[in-house]
Write a protein that binds this ligand. Structure first.
Ligand code: SF4
Length: 344
């Protein structure tokens, strides 16, 4: 049978405004996905914020940086990255010889989109001697203009490693920036006013209400959440016992889930994370601080989009070689400074 015939599928999808639809995550779909992935020699990676069906069918699930490193090491011709566009770009930056695809290239990110390469060039011109530190939620072009990348796990270590006399430009997440500024006590850190609309929607009032109505629950908080500052403030005021509040990356949340002694945990991040937490610790009751914190971009990677990607080989993600080399240098610098653990 020819390769084209191998990649034929009887399941059909529809392209709509909200993305590709028309296919349910049935056992027949799962069989097709496995068959097509094998025919392409493709590895399927899924971010923690993906739909449960996508997480369950992937070869590996995790945060963006861990998945990019898995992509680089995978013994496969193709990487199918179920996540948002900048994540697939990062996988391509670390795996330049592999074909990298995202099931729907329209899956963007409001945080990565909050700063363009031109914005950063203009900001750098204002502070020509500053060191640029970028969170991994940035486009390849922005990473190419960055000195050191960081994740939520190592942002503090990265900034602390920089000469205290040099200005730091920290981007794009203002809440992560505020967290880093508070912990390092640095005054010469300039923070870009970007935010993720999903994380920013989890606010301190909601957290305080939830914490007081579930007094025995642990609180897992992702530093990109708008509620992180309030959570620390509440802990300091005694409104929430300090030992209950855990500021964690998504990877750190999974470790903490396995170790917690609490029977209930309130989780402040995108709700897709609950699926992995519940799998990691089935006896613990995980509840979202904000049940509406669902990223519409992540949810564009539907069962239909994944099948279309496997059949058509689209959408391929490419990064200019020069940009990729510069971006790779900023990611590798981060890895040389401290354990990046995990990003979003
Ligand atoms: S949850 Fe926010 S930061 Fe993450 S991909 Fe969606 S928009 Fe971007």
């Amino acid at each position: 049978m020819s390769i084209t015939a191998d990649l034929h599928s009887d399941l059909t999808w529809t392209d709509g405004q909200a993305g590709y639809t028309g296919i349910e995550a049935t056992p027949e779909w799962a069989d097709e996905v496995h068959r097509l992935a094998k025919a392409r020699n493709a590895t399927i990676l899924a971010h923690n914020y993906q739909l449960p069906a996508i997480q369950d069918i992937a070869d590996h699930t995790g945060d963006s940086l861990a998945l990019s490193r898995i992509a680089a090491e995978a013994d496969a011709d193709e990487i199918i990255f179920c996540g948002v566009h900048f994540m697939a770009e990062t996988a391509k930056i670390l795996s330049p010889d592999k074909r990298v695809m995202i099931p729907d290239a329209r899956a963007g990110c409001s945080l990565a989109d909050s700063i363009t390469a031109d914005d950063l060039r203009a900001w750098k011109a204002e502070f020509p001697d500053a060191v640029v530190v970028s969170y991994v939620n940035t486009t390849a072009e922005v990473k190419g203009l960055t000195d050191i990348c960081c994740t939520s796990s190592n942002a503090v270590d990265v900034v602390a490693s920089i000469d205290p006399d040099r200005d730091v430009l920290f981007l794009p997440d203002q809440f992560l920036g505020a967290h880093v500024k508070r912990v390092t006590g640095r005054d010469n850190i300039h923070i870009w006013a970007g935010e993720c609309h999903v994380h920013a929607g989890i606010n301190g009032d909601e957290l305080a209400d939830q914490a007081s109505s579930h007094p025995d629950a642990d609180l897992f908080i992702h530093p990109e959440c708008g509620c992180a500052t309030s959570a620390l403030y509440l802990a300091g005021e005694g409104a929430v016992p300090e030992e209950k509040v855990k500021i964690l990356s998504t990877g750190g949340m999974l470790d903490a889930a396995r170790e917690t002694k609490a029977s209930q945990v309130l989780v402040a991040t995108e709700i897709g994370m609950l699926h992995q937490l519940r799998k990691a610790a089935p006896d613990v009751d995980f509840q979202p601080v904000n049940g509406r914190a669902s990223c519409p971009y992540m949810k564009m990677i539907t069962p239909a989009a994944l099948l279309r990607c496997l059949v058509t080989g689209q959408d391929e993600v490419d990064v200019d070689l020069d940009v990729a080399a510069k971006a790779r240098a900023s990611v590798e610098k981060m890895i040389s400074i401290g354990n990046p653990g995990s990003g979003e």
